[in-house]
Design a protein around this ligand. Structure first.
Ligand SMILES: Cc1cc2nc3c(=O)[nH]c(=O)nc-3n(C[C@H](O)[C@H](O)[C@H](O)COP(=O)(O)O)c2cc1C
Length: 199
């Protein structure tokens, strides 16, 4: 795994190294993601749990070297901030959630939750292979839906950049500073409620 030591999460209780080493870089090298690695990422997502085992997730994958038109189209959909770094990623994708259950057509209230869980597994598998994932909410979903032909009844969730992390020095100054800023999380005491909710 190629996570720089300063990117490793300073966990306060023991956790697997994989969790500490996953992070969201903005700098990616030119190295493509191999077919075998991409297949492993997808397989990790495939084995996520989901409500009714409905597996509501889809992904639309745009590899810079194999689907260059869709990669460029996705870049066009990104917010300005994300356009400053994400075009370098060799793989861009969009996570999509099916909004109804295939078996009865009822609305699936858990579709987004399950899709997020699958993408979390994908991200951790990426870390295990020396890759990293950077998810993005900052993009024009309507434009991406049209560009990638995603039908109604399927909700676009995060756009996702995947690649081998590169040096912070390859980024513009402001992004380089964010790339090396200390990693932070809310303290557990703020969001863990034992017994009942405590304000
Ligand atoms: C749903 C979602 C949307 C996000 N949107 C963006 C985004 O538009 N641009 C960006 O640079 N990072 C985005 N991020 C990345 C977060 O900022 C990042 O995960 C967070 O700061 C924690 O950092 P870490 O992933 O390195 O632990 C997003 C992450 C998620 C899960």
């Amino acid at each position: 795994m190629s996570t720089p030591p300063d990117r490793e999460a300073p966990a306060e209780a023991p956790i697997e190294a994989l969790f500490r080493r996953r992070w969201s870089p903005r700098s990616f090298t030119d190295q493509p993601v191999s077919d075998a690695h991409l297949a492993s990422l997808i397989e990790a997502a495939r084995w996520a749990s989901s409500c009714f085992n409905a597996q509501p997730w889809h992904i639309v994958v745009a590899r810079k070297d194999r689907e260059p038109a869709q990669h460029a189209a996705l870049v066009e959909c990104l917010s300005g901030n994300n356009q400053a770094w994400a075009p370098q990623a060799p793989v861009l994708m969009v996570a999509v959630a099916r909004l109804d259950f295939a078996h009865n057509g009822n609305p699936n209230r858990h579709a987004a939750y399950d899709t997020g869980a699958a993408m979390a597994q994908l991200a951790l598998q990426a870390t295990a292979l020396g890759l990293q994932v950077h998810q993005m909410g900052g993009y024009d979903m309507d434009k991406a839906r049209a560009a990638l032909g995603i039908p109604e009844g399927f909700e676009l969730r995060a756009a996702i950049a995947i690649g081998h992390p590169g040096p912070a020095s390859a980024l513009p100054e402001e992004l380089a500073a964010r790339e090396t800023a200390p990693r932070q999380r809310r303290p557990v005491s703020e969001w863990v409620h034992y017994g009942a909710w405590k304000a």
